[in-house]
Structures are given as C-alpha cells and as structure tokens.
Design a protein around this ligand. Structure first.
Ligand code: FES
Length: 174
C-alpha cells in the first residue's frame, strides 16, 4: 500500500454541490492535514470564501476535521470576527478579491449599498436583504462575481446588481 492510499483514508469526501469554494476550502484543510487545531484558520478561510458561516458550512467543516458540530459552532460563535448566517431573507455577497476588484467590485458594492441603503455586514430594516463581502469565490474567470442567495453570478455590472436587489426589495414590500 503506498502512502497516497493510506492518506486517502483520512481524506473526507468532496462536497457534492460542485461549488468551487468548497474545493478551495478542502485545499486549506488538506494543507493543515485536517488537524483539529487548525479550526480557526479553516473558519477564517470559510468566511473569506462564503462571506459568512452558515450551519451547513459549519457541519461540513466539523465532518471534515472530525470534530463535533457543537465544538465548531461554539468556536464560530465565540469569536466576534466570525459572522454566522445573515438575518435577511435574501443574501448578497460581493466578491472583493483581487480579480473582482480589478473588474469593478468596489463599484458593485457601492451600488448595492446605495440601492439597499445599508452597509456591508448590515441587513435592511425590513429584514429583506443582508449584504456581505467575500475574498475570492474561486470564480475569478467570470469576475466580477456576486453571490445572490447562494448562486454565484459572474460578469456582474451595476445595472445587473441593481435589477436583482431592486427586484428583491420590491417583491418583499409588495
Ligand atoms: S477574486 Fe472574485 S472570484 Fe476570485
């Protein structure tokens, strides 16, 4: 049995969604050899990739590092720098990684802030929309990218994000 076969035993299954962000997260955990004491680094990376740490993501990390979900949840809630699932009915995560930044992410973010009248990390008073940022979604080829309710959308423009945000806000108030 070669060493690769032995290592595979410790390697958790890939995330079935096919979302590239999980691939990057997997690579981070692998780099730390799935060590449990790398949890904070892994949570950092997850937040960087997804913008916030929702339950499914915490469970995935727990499973991968062979930790109990309560342990992972405990650490994620203890540190203020981690944000758990946003409060809004809808979520907009603007990627501010280098590739997206170069292609106008800052302008997209300003557009969403203006349109929804909130800042990053906030939720609209009617709880319709939460706005977050992430650093590289693993979708640099389609930069600038924005995640609307979990769906990564590429080649975004101020007009496109305005349309999406206004649609949500209008729908919510009608
Ligand atoms: S920098 Fe935005 S997807 Fe990579």
């Amino acid at each position: 049995m070669d060493s690769q076969t032995v290592n595979q035993k410790n390697t958790p299954k890939k995330h079935p969604s096919g979302d590239k962000r999980f691939k990057i997260l997997d690579a981070t955990m692998k780099r730390h050899q799935y060590q449990q004491d790398a949890l904070i680094e892994v949570l950092h990376k997850a937040q960087e990739l997804f913008g916030y740490l929702e339950n499914d993501l915490l469970h995935y990390i727990a499973q991968s590092l062979k930790l109990t979900p309560s342990r992972v949840y405990g650490v994620a809630t203890f540190y203020h720098l981690f944000s758990l699932a946003p409060k809004g009915a809808h979520t907009c995560v603007v990627c501010t990684g280098t590739a997206c930044y170069v292609k106008g992410a800052e302008n997209l973010l300003a557009t969403v802030e203006k349109c929804a009248k909130i800042h990053v990390g906030e939720t609209t008073p009617d709880s319709e929309l939460s706005l977050l940022t992430a650093r590289c979604l693993g979708a640099c080829g389609i930069a600038p990218a924005v995640v609307f309710d979990g769906t990564v959308c590429g080649h975004q423009t101020p007009d496109l994000v305005t349309e999406q945000i206004e649609g949500w806000l209008k729908h919510g108030s009608s």
